[in-house]
Design a protein around this ligand. Sequence first.
Ligand code: GRF
Length: 203
Amino acid sequence: RRIVILISGRGSNMRSIVEACVAEGWPARVAAVIANKPDAAGLAWAAEQGLHTEVVAHREFSSREAFDAALAERVDAHRPDLVLLAGFMRVLTPGFVARYEGRLVNIHPSLLPAFPGLHTHAQALAVGVQAHGCTVHYVTPVLDHGPIIAQGVVPVLAGDTADTLARRVLEVEHKVYPAAARWLAEGRVRLAQGVVQVDGAPA
Ligand code: GRF
């Protein structure tokens, strides 16, 4: 299977997926890493690994539709079975989402459906939740919504700031996203009435 990863910045989740894919010998390979910003730091790392990298700069397009059309063209060139959003900070149009239905997956830094959108760690601290974490989910037209594939939970500790909490969540992101991507690459993830089932996982 062929995986395309979309990033906007640091790309630490992309890196965790690439490393696990190689180290664990998934039946898949990362065919391309595509960024919407030319200065996305993750691009340099990906290129150093010998991966194919590309930029589709959203700033060069006058509308979301035009950007998404150009992005889809570049993504399709790699014939992906799986398109993984990894810190990809653009809202995608319903047309883009529909085109990759069942193949488009995101990681969000909260336990969805709590705290969609931005500043999730500050949101979590502001309401005093005691557990927080991350969610890997299929992308649907509703932002940060969609069938949940995997979640990772961390405690919120006394004295946490948005930064310390973000760091704790990021560590678990780096475990949960590669695990979920591997299930997807192995063709073990099925949707039944909008709920994900993973073949071979305890019910
Ligand atoms: C992660 O926390 C991800 O969940 C969120 O943005 C951050 C991206 O980090 N959407 P990185 O680029 O993967 O290092």
